[in-house]
Design a protein around this ligand. Structure first.
Ligand SMILES: Cc1cc2nc3c(=O)[nH]c(=O)nc-3n(C[C@H](O)[C@H](O)[C@H](O)COP(=O)(O)OP(=O)(O)OC[C@H]3O[C@@H](n4cnc5c(N)ncnc54)[C@H](O)[C@@H]3O)c2cc1C
Length: 397
């Protein structure tokens, strides 16, 4: 929570007004703005982002557009049941397809590469085989790759089998957010943090360092940061850190699709320009990788190098050009919450994407836009109903 002094508050601009205020300029906030414009072009929408657009997890991620909500379909089925897992996959598919229709894919460097999940253990390999079978039964496209195929397609060593999901892909997340925000026509309030939200008759009063803003509806798309503005939301989302590195380009390119391995705890892609982007190893440093601190650690980055040495030795010795971290929002059950903010009528939130927000951020933005414009139950929002976490939330208060 930031504060504002007596003097600062006394010297602000005149109050502002809007119909919908969105707080958070990541993939979810920008998608919400896009959908509000598409569905209700006359609404006055303002998008507040405390840094530049995509300052948060969205601009720091690997740019994988995966399908589903964990590392593979069998895990989704085990965790959420067959019917829900199928619906969750349909939502991520609709999110990807909708995005490609809404914004020309070249505007955000989308590559329809498919995605690869590679097995680091025989147990993971069994699960990928089972996923392929379950996906076939559910009518979802995928192919299981035996170890020889994996090694050949990805120039890798030491993996068991793999699963190719042809509907996966990769993109540039900063370009994506900028394209969505531009298409939305919303008033873009960059470098403009919201410090405080107060309910008032007919809506909300937002305090910012520059002015007070009155709004009829509010969308809090701050993901991991949501509890900083509404502390009760800490029952729905907690901050977890992820680290990455990027190397100098290596040509010719040898990795045709984004690779997810070790149950999603390592992820690697190669850009068309040759750079490798590698992240993960959080599971080996679980206690340290929490909270809002934007920092990289030597211990975790060493594990990233060890991963390359073991599985992609051709990349060993490449110069590292950048190392960074980002704050993800984790939820208690792996699924985000999307819906009304408890005890704040007229305010809605989405948080807790648990490392998969690019997979369904665009579709979640559509749900938030519908909530904010008065739709009581947008299609598929029941999958992410915050009320399912009600008991945990009550215990937290
Ligand atoms: C290293 C890393 C790798 C990842 N890789 C992938 C991947 O490959 N694929 C995938 O699907 N997901 C990935 N994720 C997760 C994904 O990035 C997130 O799930 C997704 O970006 C969440 O989007 P969001 O818009 O909800 O949140 P964010 O992108 O975090 O956006 C929230 C925004 O709110 C702003 N904000 C916060 N407080 C305020 C305030 N008070 N006033 C104004 N603005 C405020 C923040 O600055 C931020 O920009 C990764 C995450 C990280 C960190």
């Amino acid at each position: 929570m930031s504060t504002l002094s007596f003097w600062q508050s006394d010297h602000r601009d005149a109050d502002g007004f809007c119909d919908v205020a969105i707080v958070g300029g990541g993939v979810v906030g920008a998608s919400t703005a896009y959908w509000l414009r598409r569905q209700h072009p006359a609404l006055r929408v303002a998008l507040f982002e405390r840094g530049l657009l995509a300052s948060g997890a969205t601009g720091r991620n690997a740019g994988f557009v995966l399908q589903g909500v964990t590392s593979d379909f069998a895990t989704d089925v085990e965790r959420y049941g067959d019917e829900r897992a199928r619906r969750l996959w349909a939502v991520t598919r609709a999110s990807r397809d909708g995005l490609l229709e809404a914004i020309p894919p070249e505007r955000f460097d989308f590559e329809a590469s498919g995605s690869l999940t590679l097995a680091a253990t025989p147990e993971e390999d069994d699960r990928l085989r089972r996923s392929a079978r379950l996906m076939y039964e559910a009518g979802l496209p995928s192919s299981y790759l035996p170890p020889g195929d994996v090694a050949q397609r990805t120039s890798s060593k030491g993996f068991y089998g793999g699963l190719l999901v042809p509907t996966g892909g990769m993109l540039d997340p900063v370009r994506l957010v900028r394209a969505l925000a531009e298409a939305s026509g919303a008033a873009l309030e960059e470098q403009h943090p919201v410090l405080h939200i107060a309910p008032q008759p007919g809506g909300f009063l937002l305090e910012t360092p520059r002015r007070r803003v009155r709004t009829a509806a509010l969308v809090l798309a701050a993901n991991a940061y949501a509890p900083q503005l509404v502390p009760a939301l800490s029952a729905y989302v907690r901050p977890v850190r992820a680290q990455m590195l990027a190397t100098e380009p290596m040509r010719p390119c040898w990795l045709p699709a984004p690779v997810y391995s070790h149950d999603g705890y390592f992820y690697l892609r190669q850009k068309a320009t040759g750079e490798l982007l590698l992240g993960g190893a959080r599971h080996r440093h679980a206690e340290a990788e929490v909270g809002y601190d934007d920092a990289v650690t030597e211990a975790l980055q060493r594990d990233l190098h060890a991963y390359l040495a073991q599985h992609f030795p051709q990349a060993e010795g490449l110069a590292v050009t950048r190392r960074w971290s980002g704050t993800m929002g984790f939820s208690p059950d792996g699924l985000p919450s999307v819906g009304p903010i408890p005890d704040l009528p007229g305010a809605y939130f989405a948080a807790g994407f648990t490392g998969h927000g690019l997979a369904y951020g665009f579709r979640v933005g559509q749900m938030l836009a519908e909530f904010a414009s008065g739709v009581a139950s947008p299609a598929d929002a029941d999958l992410f109903d915050p009320m399912r976490l009600k008991c945990a939330a009550a215990a937290h208060l």
